[in-house]
Ligand binder design. Sequence first.
Ligand SMILES: N[C@@H](CCC(=O)N[C@@H](CS)C(=O)NCC(=O)O)C(=O)O
Length: 230
Amino acid sequence: MIDVYTWPTPNGHKIHIMLEECGIPYRAIPVDIGAGDQFKPDFLAISPNNKIPAIVDADGPDGKPIALFESGAILVYLAGKAARFLGDTDREKFECLQWLMFQMGGLGPMLGQAHHFRIYAPEKIEYAFNRYTNEANRLYGVLEKRLSQSAYLAGDNYTIADIACFPWTRSATNQGVDWNDFPNTKRWFDEINARPAVQRGLSVLASSRKALTDDKTRDILFGKTQYAKR
Ligand SMILES: N[C@@H](CCC(=O)N[C@@H](CS)C(=O)NCC(=O)O)C(=O)O
């Protein structure tokens, strides 16, 4: 049994989707990041960067429990455990890891900033608004080029690279992206969105989801609480 410390956000959804795709038994343990649960000592002990997702697998590689944070590392771990979704050949595996790193180092952080300055920021800062809207569109352009050449990011097969990128593209409109400009990415999105395991993953803790824009939540996520010394 794997315990997933999580919340219904793009980074949480990656792991819910992967576990559903692999049919690995798991328990979703809510960490309400709007209420500050991510700063509780028990959670920080497994996720020192105070972010979801994190997992504890009672049956680690050496038979002992293992705790992991960072969604990319968790996806690689689960792909190894299930022997699925890491590509069918060595070449495809490295393609997959390359696109996974693109998501972890670029697509996720930049789309997160686009969302922040377009939706969460209490005032509109034109420079930041434009900077991240432009960067979001540039990154969708990178996806579009790749997905005009191959069915999936790593090639012919659906992998953890797709599972990592997909949840971020569910908010394209909020990121200032027009799907009409990215037809191949939209084709890829619709195909992944139609997978039953993906829909099951997206429904995990769905009823807990709430807007993160009130003052108390802003303080927890972006203000004094976030930056308090611990
Ligand atoms: N690089 C991390 C990012 C995780 C992340 O940003 N998680 C957000 C939710 S999507 C979070 O827990 N935020 C709470 C906080 O920053 O206090 C990963 O991919 O796991």
